[in-house]
Unconditional design. Structure first.
Length: 281
């Protein structure tokens, strides 16, 4: 039976993930997921698309959420008190206006040195209000869109089979930066057809398929571009009729609750007519 194999949050957008055995899933996702974002001097978000070295930064939060620690190879660790009190400044995410609380000069200097260009670190303000799009509306911090990105392990295995046919080595799941990885699903890409499901104490509602971008080309361990995979192979069989290639599905949180690795999928609602597996080119 399908169950949770991995739970991963990403406190700083674009940076390395934090693994959980047990975690509370709130309306905006797993703990502190994309609560912080690196921006340029004008407030536009930085992404692995243009700054792949973001992947080298490994954030961790104190248990009470009051302190953020940043580490990266070759850099001294930096621990910061999380500031939610100073006035928020304008920031943009894919050109859309938001606000963020600047986390100060030490964080700015640390990310500026890591990325080799001026940068600031901001946090979602206490009054952050965002409605995400898709079939089921929800909310999130600075995620690209929805609170939860879910991928079945069988989907990755099917992708690996196609890579092997090309003579290419497998790629780790972290290329796809999921929040929830499901093990023992019945078939590859069956998550495409999920419309609602219960995991642990939480209920999720389907928002949309996850269209994949150039971030998947970044080796998350070295912080370097390592393309053309996975996009080249996904384009052979996962090209969505509306455009782009898809891998995994995005969900809104209908009912918050506690999740744990090993929790089984329950009360699953499927769309029998939803596309899955091989898609039309």
């Amino acid at each position: 039976m399908a169950h949770i194999g991995e739970l991963i949050s990403y406190p700083v957008k674009g940076c390395a993930g934090v693994r959980h055995r047990v975690a509370h899933l709130g309306p905006a996702g797993l703990p502190h997921d994309r609560a912080f974002m690196v921006v340029d001097a004008e407030g536009a978000h930085r992404s692995q698309r243009a700054d792949p070295r973001l992947a080298l930064a490994r954030p961790s939060m104190s248990e009470d959420g009051a302190r953020l620690t940043l580490t990266a190879p070759g850099f001294a660790p930096l621990t910061l008190p999380v500031d939610t009190a100073r006035p928020a400044r304008p920031v943009t995410l894919f050109g859309q206006p938001f606000t963020g609380v600047d986390q100060g000069e030490e964080a700015a200097d640390w990310f500026g040195a890591l990325l080799g260009r001026p940068s600031r670190l901001v946090r979602v303000p206490p009054d952050h209000r965002r409605t995400t799009d898709g079939l089921t509306p929800g909310t999130s911090g600075y995620a690209d869109s929805c609170a939860v990105l879910l991928v079945g392990r069988a989907s990755l295995d099917a992708f690996h089979a196609r890579l092997a046919a090309r003579g290419e080595p497998p790629l780790p799941m972290d290329r796809f930066r999921p929040n929830v990885v499901l093990d023992d699903t019945e078939a590859p890409h069956e998550e495409d057809a999920y419309r609602a499901l219960t995991l642990g104490g939480a209920r999720l509602g389907f928002a949309k398929l996850a269209v994949r971008c150039a971030v998947t080309l970044v080796d998350q361990r070295t912080g370097t571009r390592a393309g053309p995979e996975p996009l080249r192979t996904l384009a052979d069989y996962r090209r969505h009729p509306a455009g782009g290639v898809v891998f995994g599905a995005k969900f809104a949180v209908l009912t918050p609750g506690t999740l744990a690795v090993g929790d089984r999928v329950a009360d699953l609602v499927r769309d029998a007519g939803a596309p899955s597996g091989t898609m039309a080119r």
